[in-house]
Design a protein around this ligand. Structure first.
Ligand code: ATP
Ligand code: PRP
Ligand code: MG
Length: 285
């Protein structure tokens, strides 16, 4: 039977969430310790555990059909590779930073300066687009230390909370790109495996939609029903069912995760009672 080959980060920041999304898609993977290859039990899929930074080349060569990796790695090494889905985890940005005490007005201030980074192509393209020439020092980790040890005048690296920059006395001065985990596709994927990819993308979309929404149930008295319904966005329109107690209704709907606290306040004020907010496992639109 034909199987799709997916690359997942072997260990690091993407590993756990990548395996979690596959699991939430109903795909069971048998994982032995230190195993570099695994087969899914209930989906035509083979999983290869690889370094995030090596994945663009594997996609390009067609050694793997698809992969979960950071978008920033594709910008750096895989501009020719397409993104099928953005996965809404491992969100970060690739930034330029300089020592806190340095005066910085614009990117032109980096002219002739030394910049330490693990993302040379990304920095080069950015500086080139701004007409700035700088001297890049390529290092693979602990980039933030470079200005403190006299190796560079500035850095370009991943920033999330900003705490690594803060601890190293650096300030973020430019955001070059924003990144999140993505599902990327090899340009060499076969037609047969594209069919499997279609099934996987359908499942991923349903899982992501589910994660972004909440199922809300509440009780509403008859005289407040219209006002309460007007506050609810809902997939189509809310379900309204009569309660055993005369004059009351149970209202069911779906609300975006990032807006429900505000809506719930308004619902309470409008007279809603017994509000339940439940997670949604999958949501098929
Ligand atoms: N602090 C962070 N917050 C959120 N996402 C991050 C952060 N640091 C890195 N990422 C994202 O996670 C990806 C993997 O980062 P991680 O540090 O685990 O691996 P790596 O050392 O870059 O790669 P490799 O697997 O090749 O060793 C990055 O490419 C980026 O997309
Ligand atoms: O803004 P923050 O929340 O502090 O995150 C940013 C830091 O996280 C990443 O390093 P990581 O911890 O992955 O270590 P690594 O260099 O070994 O990959 C990145 O390279 C930064 O150093
Ligand atoms: Mg890292």
């Amino acid at each position: 039977m034909t199987k799709i080959r997916i690359a997942v980060q072997k260990s690091g920041r993407l590993n756990e969430d990548s395996l979690k999304i596959l699991k939430d898609c109903g795909i069971s993977i048998d994982n032995g310790k230190d195993q570099l290859k695994a087969t899914a039990r209930n989906f035509p899929m083979e999983v290869l555990y690889l370094r995030n930074g090596d994945i663009p080349q594997y996609l390009r060569d067609g050694v793997v059909d698809i992969a979960i990796l950071g978008e920033n790695v594709l910008v750096e090494k895989g501009a020719d590779i397409t993104i099928a889905e953005k996965l809404n985890f491992s969100k970060c940005r690739v930034c330029l930073a300089v020592p806190k005490g340095v005066t910085y007005n614009s990117v032109q201030d980096l002219e002739g300066k030394r910049i330490a980074t693990s993302y040379p192509n990304t920095v080069n393209d950015y500086l080139k687009s701004k007409g700035v020439n700088a001297d890049l020092h390529i290092i693979n980790g602990s980039v933030e230390i470079a200005p403190n040890i006299g190796l560079a005048d500035g850095i370009c690296d991943i920033v999330s909370s900003g705490s690594t920059l803060f601890k190293n006395n650096l300030k973020e001065v430019e955001v070059i790109l924003k990144s999140e985990a993505v599902l990327a596709v090899s340009p060499k994927i076969s037609e047969e495996r594209k069919q499997i990819l279609r099934k996987l993308r359908f499942r991923i979309k349903s899982v992501l939609q589910g994660r972004q929404n909440k199922y809300v149930l509440l009780n509403a008295p008859n005289d407040k029903l219209d006002e309460i319904i007007a506050l609810l966005p809902g997939m189509r329109s809310p379900t309204v069912l009569p309660l055993a107690e005369e004059g009351w209704n149970s209202v069911h709907t779906v609300i975006k995760k990032d807006t429900f606290w505000e809506v719930i306040d308004e619902l309470k004020q409008a007279g809603a009672e017994g509000i339940l907010v439940c997670p949604i496992e999958k949501m098929v639109l």
